[in-house]
Design a binder for this molecule. Structure first.
Ligand code: NDP
Ligand code: OXD
Length: 308
């Protein structure tokens, strides 16, 4: 039995060293340097190539190296394989810090002052305080629910939207397509932390923007394919969306000549909102490997039917 690491993240050696600390007697190989494909029962993957799961005839468990599993081609994976993902406190707290940074950057006009500095222009603006600011979070799962809770503690007005209603103190919960309108109306910021599924693909589009207050600000930390890019550019041109903070893109790295690079109202971070902390996440990966060998229930398994 062996573990294959199929990681297009440049972090394979780091993962290998951390897993080996817990499983010193197990063979851990970095794809494509696999001695015997038949020995592999467990694969830790990040953005593998299509059909990767067909290379290993005895594969049982596909473990995502992150929270999302959209990069694993879940709709193609045969149903006898199990897909698991990372749920880790560091993923949640780092995401909260990233979202808070975007919120405060916008509320306190820092991008305007950066431009003013180049012009040596002294021009005080009105700013928003936390108590005057409302945020809607799309996706109230492990990460979105945590971010919502922390923002409420800071004094933001928070609404959350998910498939099923949530009961988080201070958060106004909305569920399902029929309540999307209520979740979005009269909110200053829309933060997308949904998983990418066949249902959520393209959800950040013209229709959704038109449900928002004019001048709302979008923060997308979910996936690039949630966003219909031309609709955002049009929304910004029309003033419906005032600014967008984007961490994820259809194509990563964002291509050199992409219009987002040149739009002053779009702020770009290179998919760094919350990176998997390998040290704090390795234990659950190791635990899942052991559970698989013992035929026990796996941790953080996703539903192939739901796609998340
Ligand atoms: P979870 O699976 O825990 O939560 C998903 C949430 O989305 C749930 O609340 C779920 O509702 C809701 N949801 C799913 N589909 C729909 C739908 N069609 N309509 C309404 N709500 C829906 O995921 P995590 O919180 O762990 O992670 C979310 C995503 O964040 C990841 O999939 C990944 O794409 C992204 N991410 C991005 C990172 C970055 O650095 N940019 C880092 C980490 C994650 P319900 O609760 O009712 O099931
Ligand atoms: C994740 C990510 O899904 O980093 O964990 O995007």
């Amino acid at each position: 039995m062996s573990i294959a690491l199929i990681l297009n993240s440049g972090r394979a050696e780091e993962w290998k060293a951390e897993i080996a600390k817990h499983l010193p007697e197990i063979k851990i190989e970095v794809y494509p340097e696999i001695e015997n494909y038949e020995e592999v029962e467990f694969a830790l993957c990040w953005k593998p190539e299509a059909n990767y799961y067909t290379y290993f005839p005895n594969l049982k468990v596909i473990q995502s190296g992150g929270a999302g599993i959209d990069h694993l081609f879940p709709s193609d994976v045969p149903s006898h394989l199990h897909i698991c993902r990372i749920i880790d406190p560091m993923l949640k707290s780092d995401m909260f810090e990233h979202v808070l940074t975007c919120l405060m950057h916008a509320m306190k006009n820092f991008s305007v002052y950066a431009a003013d500095k180049i012009q040596e222009h002294w021009h005080p603006l009105l700013y928003k305080s936390i108590g005057q600011t409302s945020v809607t979070i799309l996706g109230m799962g492990e990460i979105g629910g945590y971010v919502a809770e922390k923002l409420v503690h800071l004094g933001f007005t928070v609404k959350g939207w998910s498939n099923s209603p949530k009961n988080i103190q201070g958060v106004n919960s909305f569920a399902g397509t029929e309540e999307l309108h209520s979740a979005l109306e009269d909110t200053d910021f829309v933060v997308n932390i949904l998983p990418l599924t066949t249902v959520t693909k393209g959800i950040l589009n013209h229709n959704l923007f038109s449900l928002c207050r004019k001048g709302a600000i979008l923060i997308n930390v979910g996936r690039g394919e949630h966003l219909v890019e031309p609709d955002l550019l049009k929304g910004i041109a029309d003033g419906q969306i005032a600014q967008a903070y984007l961490d994820v893109f259809h194509q990563e790295p964002l291509p050199k000549n992409h219009p987002f690079w040149h739009c002053p109202s779009i702020f770009i971070t290179p998919h760094v909102a919350s990176r998997t902390n390998i040290r704090s996440s390795a234990e659950q990966v190791v635990d899942n490997y052991i559970r698989m060998t013992q035929g026990r229930a796996l941790l953080n398994e996703v539903s192939l039917a739901k796609g998340y």
